[in-house]
Design a protein around this ligand. Structure first.
Ligand code: HAX
Length: 424
C-alpha cells in the first residue's frame, strides 16, 4: 500500500463521520440566502458547496489547506497534491513514495497516441487534450469496482486510483499535444526520477540550459492547481462526479469548462491582447497609448482579459508570484515587460467603471506573458498547461467528495413565471 493511501485511510473515516454527524445536528440551519440578483447573476455569493482542499477569501486569495499560496511557491506540484489530498505537507519519505507511485503509473496507452495522430491539425489543443483524457475512461478502476458492487465507504479508494493514474499521465499527454500540434518532432518520453513539473517541461522539449523552465513549470503547476470549489472547472467536475461518473469523465468535463474565455482560456486571450497592442503601436506603447487601447477594447464591448474576478477583490497572489518569479530570474522579455506595464495602466481605468467589482489582475494576466518569455510562444496551447495543473485540484476535490459520500448534486430550478410569482 502506498504511503498516501495509508495516510488517507487514517484520516477519511473520521472526516466522513464528522461531516455526517454535523449534517444530522445542523441540517436545518440556514447559512446563505439566494436573492433574485444572485439567481440571475451566476449565483455569486451563494454558499452552496463544500470544498476542503482550498479557499479563496476575496481579500487574500488562494489558501491551500490553511497555507497561503505565497508560502507554497517553492513547493513541488507533488507536494501540493499531497497537501490538497491530506491537509498536510508530505515528509521526504512520503514525497518520494508518491513520486515513485506516479512514475509506475506513467505509461500512456498506445491507443491514445493513435487518436492524437488522427486529429485534424487545426483542432484546438484543449479539445484534443480533453478528448485524450476522456478516451482513457476504459481504464477506470472506479467504474470496474462500481460494476462489481463496491461499498459506498470505499468509493474514495478507486477514485484516488483513477486520479493518480490520470495525474501520472496528464503531463505526458499535454506535452505530446504540444509537440504534435506545432510539428516539433517526435514525442519525448518522461525521464524516470525527474519530478513531475520538470518532466513536463522536459517532455515539451523546451531548451532549458539554466533550469529556469523547469523552475517555472513547477511554479506554474503549483499556482494553478486549485482555486476552491465554485469556479467553472472545479464545479463542473464536481457535479459530474457526484453522479458517480468516474474521474475520467469528471476531469475531462472540468477541463471542457476550463476551455472557456472567461475562465482558463483567458490566458490565451491575454497574450492575443498584448500582441494586438504591440502590432497597433509597432512595438512597446507609451502609457497613454496603452490607456487609449484599453479604453477602445472596453468601448467595443469586449473585456480586458486577465482582469477582474468573480471572487477576488485584490491583485491575485498568483499574479504576484509569477511576476516575482520573472523579476527574480531576470527575465528579459518585451511581452513580460508589457504585461507589467498593463498592470500600471489598466486597473486605474477599470476602477472608474462602477459595474466592475474587481479591477485587479487575475493569474491569467501574467501567466501567458511569462511563459512566452521562456519560449513557449503558442498561446492557443496555454490552457492545456493550466489544465494539466488544475487536474491536481479537481482530482483532490473529487476524492474528498467521495470520501464523505457526498450525494448527487441536484439544485432546484424554477421558471421565470415562478420567479415573478415568488417575488410578488
Ligand atoms: N473587462 C471589462 N469588463 C469587465 C471585466 C474586464 N476585465 N471584468 C468584469 N467586467 C464587467 C463584466 O463583463 C460585467 O459586465 P456586464 O454586467 O455588462 O455583463 C460587469 O463588469 C460586472 O462583472 P463582475 O461582477 O465584476 O465580474 P463577474 O463575476 O461577472 O465576472 C470575470 C468575472 C472573471 C468573468 C470577469 O471579470 C471577466 O470577464 N474578466 C476577463 C476575463 C478573465 O480574465 N477571465 C479569467 C478569470 C480567472 C479565471 O477563472 N482564470 O481561469
Amino acid at each position: 500500500m502506498s504511503l498516501l493511501v495509508e495516510a488517507l485511510r487514517k484520516k477519511i473515516p473520521a472526516y466522513r463521520d464528522t461531516i455526517k454527524e454535523f449534517g444530522k445536528t445542523h441540517g436545518e440551519k440556514e447559512i446563505s440566502k439566494v436573492t433574485v440578483g444572485a439567481l440571475l447573476g451566476g449565483q455569486r455569493g451563494v454558499l452552496g458547496l463544500l470544498c476542503d482542499t482550498s479557499l479563496v477569501p476575496p481579500d487574500k486569495g488562494l489558501i491551500i489547506r490553511g497555507i497561503p499560496l505565497m508560502d507554497l511557491v517553492d513547493k513541488l506540484p507533488e507536494e501540493t497534491l499531497w497537501l490538497l489530498l491530506t491537509g498536510d505537507l508530505p515528509t521526504a519519505a512520503e514525497l518520494k513514495d508518491l513520486q515513485a507511485d506516479l512514475d509506475k503509473r506513467s505509461k500512456v496507452p498506445e491507443y491514445v497516441w493513435k487518436m492524437l495522430e488522427a486529429f485534424p491539425k487545426d483542432s484546438h489543443p484543449m479539445a484534443v487534450f480533453n478528448t485524450l483524457i476522456l478516451a482513457m475512461e476504459r481504464e477506470s478502476k472506479f467504474r470496474a469496482r462500481y460494476d462489481e458492487g463496491m461499498k459506498k465507504d470505499v468509493y474514495w479508494e478507486p477514485a484516488l486510483e483513477d486520479s493518480l493514474d490520470i495525474i501520472a499521465k496528464i503531463h505526458t499527454i499535454g506535452a505530446a499535444v504540444y509537440r504534435w500540434k506545432y510539428d516539433l518532432g517526435p514525442r519525448i518520453d518522461p525521464k524516470p526520477g525527474l519530478d513531475w513539473g520538470a518532466n513536463y517541461a522536459h517532455m515539451m522539449g523546451i531548451k532549458d540550459p539554466t533550469g529556469a523552465v523547469a523552475r517555472l513549470m513547477r511554479l506554474y503547476m503549483v499556482l494553478h492547481s486549485d482555486h476552491e470549489g465554485g469556479n467553472v472547472s472545479a464545479h463542473t467536475s464536481h457535479c459530474v462526479a457526484s453522479a458517480l461518473s468516474d474521474p475520467y469523465y469528471a476531469i475531462s468535463a472540468g477541463l471542457n469548462g476550463l476551455a472557456g474565455p472567461l475562465h482558463g482560456l483567458a490566458n490565451q486571450e491575454c497574450l492575443a491582447w498584448l500582441e494586438m497592442v504591440v502590432k497597433q503601436f509597432n512595438g512597446a506603447p507609451t502609457d497613454e497609448q496603452l490607456d487609449k487601447f484599453a479604453r477602445e477594447t472596453l468601448d467595443s464591448g469586449r473585456v480586458i482579459p486577465g482582469y477582474g474576478h468573480a471572487v477576488l477583490r485584490i491583485t491575485d497572489p498568483r499574479f504576484i508570484a509569477f511576476r516575482k518569479f520573472g523579476e527574480k530570474e531576470g527575465l528579459k522579455s518585451d511581452v513580460f515587460k508589457l504585461a507589467c506595464q498593463v498592470y500600471d495602466v489598466v486597473p486605474k481605468i477599470l476602477q472608474t467603471i462602477q459595474k466592475i467589482k474587481d479591477p485587479w489582475p487575475n493569474v491569467d494576466a501574467m501567466s501567458g506573458s511569462l511563459i512566452y518569455g521562456y519560449g513557449i510562444t503558442q498561446a492557443q496551447y496555454y490552457t492545456v498547461m493550466f489544465g494539466v495543473s488544475r487536474a491536481l485540484g479537481m482530482c483532490s476535490q473529487l476524492v474528498m467528495s467521495r470520501a464523505w459520500n457526498e450525494p448527487i448534486e441536484r439544485p432546484k430550478s424554477m421558471t421565470f413565471e415562478d420567479l415573478k410569482a415568488k417575488v410578488k
